[in-house]
Design a protein around this ligand. Structure first.
Ligand code: UDP
Length: 421
């Protein structure tokens, strides 16, 4: 059976967003959502905490409720072995080959079968990523099509997907009524084109992670973690995962350190419960950092939560996101929204967010990353210009209100009542 994620009742009101978004956005959303008032909507993903999908659903679900949509959020449960298999699948879909066994496939499908028990019907069901993708096929095979319209939301960059992994997934996801993708080039062969939407994710400007924060509160967080606010700070916030390239970030920092000896690197990584690789990579990172105490390795296990992430992003002269694969990279929009230039890997959704030379820099190697960061650390007015440009870019394209509108458009489209815009 799926586990419901309980969110505080009515803690997010669209009206509060008025100051963050452009004029007319709130009114337009309310109008678009009108035909969906009273509709029931379910989101299903793999974890309530850690990673971008959980981050978005935490905001999206209450906002849908505020629009009068009866939205719920549930997560699938499974054993460590199950999450090991789904992590291997996630990695394989991003290009890391894996030798698939029948046992692994069965475990994936059977765990979904257990989660499908006592199924409640909804008008619209959004299934996020591969972990719960088999739910629809299982419910169909158990007795006809479950009610409602089903949408598969793929958050992953499938450009270099291992063909065997895509072959495993395709029969399940091709049954959906519609699908949503971050970028056109992620869509793989065989995926039905009908009701296929391209909609990159977005950030919530009012969460504890992204909302305004006073200088004293920022300083208090820095002091708590022994980071010196009088010296330059560079930060990467990411799961400890090979594709986020934390080792490359340390290499880049070492180059910066030669030019700017006072620089400090803060690496923040959460330990998500669907991510068994986290520990292994945490240790790799710690070993690579060695005895350099200007590298702070922090995580939710040290009490680093949303408020602390906010503080460190704000306290940074430059935010880094040196991914070598990235579905979207919410952390990039988070950094830009705080008026910080972001130096990010030129992969996945990062180039959507960073316009090279305008809001930060796109880089292809640790060397280039180090060079760009050092360049920015030497030039305060450029940092400020880029930070301001980035914030406006996020306001126009990557706030949750735009994303909410995309989901509403998709539901209306499936109901045969496409939205005006
Ligand atoms: N995050 C966090 N603490 C961490 C690591 C990540 O709060 O230690 C958050 C981060 O701020 C962002 C999300 O998790 O909101 C990660 O989303 P992103 O799209 O960047 O990457 P994903 O983990 O989904 O690949």
């Amino acid at each position: 059976m799926l586990t419901t994620v309980h969110l505080p009742p009515q803690h997010n009101h669209l009206e509060r967003y008025r100051e963050s978004v452009r004029e007319g956005v709130i009114e337009q959303l309310r109008q678009e959502a009108q035909p969906l008032v009273g509709a029931s909507v379910l989101h299903v993903n793999a974890t309530a905490y850690g990673g971008g999908v959980a981050e978005i659903l935490n905001s999206m679900v209450p906002l849908m409720r505020d629009l009068g949509i009866l939205a719920d959020w549930k997560v699938i449960s499974g054993t460590d072995e199950f999450f090991g298999v789904t992590k291997a699948m996630h990695n394989a879909l991003q290009g890391k080959p894996h030798d698939w066994t029948a046992h692994e496939r069965d475990l994936w499908v059977e765990t979904n079968r257990q989660n499908a028990a006592d199924w409640d019907d909804y008008d619209y069901v959004f299934i996020h990523d591969p972990q719960p993708a088999p739910l629809l096929a299982i419910l169909k095979s158990d007795g006809g099509k479950p009610s409602g319209r089903w949408i598969w939301r793929c958050h992953i960059d499938l450009t270099n997907a291992q063909p065997e992994a895509w072959d495993l997934l395709l029969p399940f996801v091709s049954e959906y009524d519609g699908s949503i993708w971050t970028m056109r080039q992620y869509v793989r062969e065989g995926m039905p084109e009908s009701n296929l939407m391209i909609a990159p994710p977005a950030i919530d400007p009012l969460t504890v992670k992204n909302g305004p924060m006073g200088g004293d509160d920022v300083s208090a967080v820095l002091r708590r973690y022994g980071v010196d606010e009088n010296r330059p700070i560079i930060t990467q916030v990411s799961r400890f995962d090979p594709w986020k390239d934390p080792l490359g970030v340390i290499d880049a920092y070492r180059l910066v350190k030669k030019e700017v000896p006072g620089v400090q690197l803060v690496l923040i990584g959460s330990m998500a419960n669907d991510d068994p690789e986290g520990w292994e990579w945490w240790e790799k990172v710690a070993r690579h950092a060695g005895e350099d105490w200007d590298i702070k390795i922090l995580s939710n296990l040290n009490g680093v939560g949303n408020l602390e992430v906010n503080a460190f992003q704000r306290a940074s002269e430059v935010v880094i996101q040196k991914s070598t694969r990235e579905g979207f990279g919410l952390v990039v929009a988070e950094g830009l929204w705080k008026g910080r230039p972001v130096v990010g890997g030129n992969v996945g959704g990062i180039p959507l967010q960073i316009r090279d030379g305008e809001d930060g820099f796109l880089v292809d190697s640790a060397d280039e990353c180090g060079r760009r960061v050092a360049e920015l650390l030497r030039d305060e007015s450029r940092r400020e210009r880029m930070g301001n440009a980035g914030r406006e870019h996020v306001r126009d394209h990557f706030l949750i209100t735009r994303y909410l509108n995309d989901y509403i458009r998709m539901m209306r489209q499936l109901a045969g009542e496409p939205a005006a815009a």
